[in-house]
Design a protein around this ligand. Structure first.
Ligand SMILES: O=P(O)(O)OC[C@H]1O[C@H](O[C@H]2O[C@H](CO)[C@@H](O)[C@H](O)[C@H]2O)[C@H](O)[C@@H](O)[C@@H]1O
Length: 368
């Protein structure tokens, strides 16, 4: 092997291809440039069993969540132009505030709030995604005036340990574990007050998969596996991009053993979930039904979220032609949401305005 080929092989190996491609299958041809060789290797990888899938996973891992819009003119357009054309279709919920409250006339607003990236800013360590104090105070006020639910991919008890508010509904594990408000300030762990668990029979399987994933990924620095009770998250936010192929391979090797589980993706996270027809959208419908608004026009559901999994809820609202989805994002993204907010600070401002508006309209009603 020539020096040049050695360099290329090392380069490819450092990109993580080593884990899916045995060295014996490396093509040897003097005239290949490093780029050609890399492309050949990637092509071979694609045609190998399941290779296309891994590449699709990788593309998806690279994309943010939900998929960022790539306009055909993206290369020639400055990012600000891209955003200004997107914002026309998904205006800021702050600038549309008057229209939103006007649409709620004679209706009950029900608030659905995602947690990570919506009520708490995205941080590297999932165990330290604490909710800022002012946000907690705001959400507490929101729940005083409107039925409110936290709808999250996280384990329900875990999200409660961050939110710490008793008067809310909590839909954990992407809506597969729903609990109603508890009367006292003490939120009891366990099944007391549980309204619905869509995937109870998957509990032992998820536990097994969690342990297998911890074992299989322990050699990949930065990987973090989180047990979310009815689903598992494999975080790669702190994993070097060169190891993403290896990580995807390990996750796939585990998943191959469990045909009843599927893979979805969030923000720098691979999520393993039961293949049941249940998601945040179904949880939203379930909660509306629980609140007595199954087929009612007297309700205005507002769902705020930043993640690909929140799209299921945005879609339900769009299909019902009821309420509004609000996407939290600084970047233009493909979305079923009607409006946008840039970051959790804007979510707080929007919620605060909603509370102030409600207080004022109650006062006005009393005086009239
Ligand atoms: O539905 P959500 O409430 O948005 O939960 C989705 C996932 O959120 C968490 O991960 C995300 O936030 C972390 C903390 O900021 C961040 O480190 C990670 O990269 C993000 O993907 C949570 O840890 C996952 O279990 C949830 O599925």
């Amino acid at each position: 092997m020539t020096n040049q080929q050695n360099v290329v092989v090392l380069d490819v190996i450092s990109c993580g291809v080593r884990n899916v491609l045995p060295p014996s299958s490396l093509p040897v041809a003097k005239s290949f440039s490093p780029q050609d060789l890399k492309m050949l290797l990637m092509k071979k990888l694609e045609t190998e069993k399941g290779g296309t899938k891994i590449n699709a996973w990788l593309d998806s891992m690279r994309a943010s969540s939900p998929t960022r819009i790539r306009s055909t003119t993206a290369a020639s357009l400055p990012e600000t132009d891209d955003r200004s054309s997107w914002i026309v279709h998904h205006p800021s919920a702050l600038s549309m505030f008057e229209q939103i409250v006007a649409a709620s006339r004679g209706k009950q607003i029900v608030m659905f709030l995602d947690y990570d990236g919506t009520l708490s800013p995205i941080v590297e360590d999932p165990d330290r995604a604490f909710m800022p104090k002012e946000m907690r105070a705001t959400v507490r006020d929101v729940a005083r005036y409107f039925p409110t639910a936290i709808v999250t991919g996280r384990c329900r008890d875990k999200v409660y340990s961050f939110v710490k508010l008793a008067g809310l509904y909590y839909a954990g594990s992407h809506g597969m574990d729903i609990k109603g408000p508890s009367k006292s300030c003490k939120y009891k762990k366990g099944n007391q007050g549980v309204l619905f668990q869509a995937a109870s029979e998957f509990l032992p399987m998820i536990d097994e998969v969690y342990r297998a994933l911890v074992e299989k990924t322990k050699s990949i620095p930065g990987t973090r596996v989180e047990n979310n009770k009815f689903c598992v998250s494999v975080h790669f936010r702190c994993v070097d991009e060169k190891s993403w192929v290896a990580l995807a391979e390990q996750v796939r090797s585990v998943l191959n053993e469990y045909p009843k589980l599927k893979l979805t993706q969030g923000r720098k996270v691979l999520e393993i979930r039961p293949t049941i027809k249940w998601d945040k959208g179904r949880a939203l419908e379930f909660l509306l039904e629980t609140l007595g608004y199954a087929n009612s026009n007297d309700v205005l559901p507002v769902y705020i979220g930043d993640d690909r999994s929140d799209e299921d809820a945005f879609k339900v609202l769009r299909e019902r032609r009821q309420g509004f989805g609000i996407l939290v994002s600084k970047l233009p993204k493909e979305t079923n949401a009607s409006y946008s907010l840039q970051e959790p600070a804007e979510v707080k401002e929007f919620l605060r305005r909603l509370v102030d508006w409600k207080k004022m309209s109650r006062r006005a009603a009393k005086c009239a």
